[in-house]
Write a protein that binds this ligand. Structure first.
Ligand code: MEV
Length: 425
């Protein structure tokens, strides 16, 4: 097995880093060459993907090291502009790796397409008719997507929900449950619900209004957990048990306070979104679902839990809706996305979902550990200084020197960076 523990990776320059990943078997020659050339989407292709294209918007693509999930090593591609996220993911993954790695699972892979039915004269009779003809509706939906059915997916069932009256008239929502296999399947689901809407109208006697997938994907969940011996949390200035207790106390605030929960969860999504973007997934859909899922008990709460088990270990868990795809959509068009998938080398969308929740949990662990020890700014400042140096006009060769000087001076400002670049007055 190729190891994701690559000591010194962060000290290499970009060219050496790409070479090292190729030499260690993470990248093919073609992928390494594509990265060496910048790995960006071609502007002419961008013009075919969205309307009124005028360019290509770039983001740094980093790799987080040290991840082990379900006894397999992963290098994690992360597309993100925020300094410290890649480093802190790698840091937390190294701790969890020493504790045996992340355990991850997934439950279900069913997406929902909705048909809103208005002006239904007899809602109970309509529900009965829709349920009675469920197989016909499913067959009709599947007849449009034989390729998906051949891959073992397709529409699986229906549900009928009475969602209240509107203007005095009953409203029904027909849910079509679809297994999209390794695709996120938004287009498939939308085609299916549009196709079955006329049949749903005649069965219910109502009028179909919205016909669209639901991004609330609580039938497509992934879970990650880790169990960490407290001594693995020891830092130069803090004992492991002290850090563990701090993490548990900090996590409690996120469980009962909305202001903290949003920030806590934002940290989780730092990791999740960066992988979603790198792998060409619809991160807006998963952001929306994740925050709704964090409110499923009627109040917005923490996405993660951190507790002590009976042996005195720290146990962290995260469960999120994770309807990712590894085929379809724009996956495959973007060279960066192709490299990201090559690095991850997952066999299924479920495997990708499991890896992503592990990254979210790692990111949360890293943030909490920093917050309850030396605070977030120390690590941030060193990395922020690099952005400031770049903003001041430092060349890639000058960045590290100027950043170090900025941190040493305690004045991390563009003005100071310009002075340093100009040299002694
Ligand atoms: C910063 O992008 C994310 C954090 O604020 C998350 C947290 O506070 O848990 C550090």
């Amino acid at each position: 097995m190729v190891s994701s523990r690559i000591p010194g990776l962060h000290r290499l320059d970009r060219t050496e880093r790409i070479r090292r990943l190729r030499d260690e078997g993470w990248l093919s020659d073609t992928e390494a060459r594509s990265l060496a050339d910048g790995g960006a989407l071609d502007a002419a292709l961008a013009d075919k993907i969205v309307e009124n294209a005028i360019g290509v918007y770039g983001l740094p693509l980093g790799v987080a090291a040290n991840f082990r999930v379900n006894d397999r090593d992963y290098l994690i591609p992360m597309a993100i502009e925020e300094p410290s996220v890649v480093a802190s993911s790698s840091h937390a993954a190294r701790i969890v790796r020493a504790a045996g790695g992340f355990a991850a699972t997934s439950t279900g892979r069913l997406m929902v397409g909705q048909v809103q039915l208005l002006d239904v004269p007899d809602p109970e009779a309509a529900e009965h008719a829709l349920r009675h003809h469920a197989e016909d509706l499913i067959e009709l939906a599947n007849s449009l997507h034989s390729a998906m059915v051949q891959r073992g997916g397709g529409a699986r069932g229906i549900e009928v929900h009475h969602v209240g009256a509107q203007g005095g008239q009953a409203m029904l929502v027909l849910h079509l449950l679809v297994d999209t296999r390794d695709a996120m399947g938004a287009n498939t689901i939308n085609t299916m619900v549009e196709a079955i809407a006329p049949a749903a109208e005649s069965l219910s006697g109502g009028r179909a209004c919205l016909r669209i997938l639901s991004n609330y994907t609580d039938n497509c969940l992934a879970q990650a957990s880790c169990t960490i011996r407290p001594d693995l949390l020891t830092t130069g200035d803090y004992d492991g048990p002290e850090v563990m207790d701090g993490i548990i106390e900090a996590a409690r605030l996120a469980e009962c306070d909305m202001h903290r929960a949003v920030t806590h969860n934002k940290g989780v999504m730092n990791g999740v979104d960066a992988v979603l973007i790198a792998t060409g997934n619809d991160w807006r859909a998963i952001e929306a679902a994740a925050h709704a899922y964090a409110s499923r008990h009627g109040r917005y709460g923490s996405m993660t839990t951190w507790r002590k088990d009976q042996e005195g270990n720290l146990v962290g868990t995260l469960e999120l809706p994770m309807p990712v795809g590894i085929v379809g959509g724009s996956i495959g068009l973007n060279p960066g996305t192709r490299v990201a998938h090559a690095l991850l080398d997952v066999a299924s969308a479920e495997e990708l979902a499991q890896v992503i929740v592990a990254v979210g949990l790692a990111q949360n662990l890293a943030a909490l550990k920093a917050l309850v020890t030396h605070g977030i700014q120390r690590g941030h400042m060193a990395l922020q200084a690099r952005s400031v140096a770049l903003m001041a006009g430092a060349s890639p060769e000058q960045v590290d020197r100027v950043a170090q000087e900025l941190v040493k001076s305690g004045d991390i400002a563009v003005r100071r960076a310009r002075e340093l670049l100009a040299g002694p007055a």
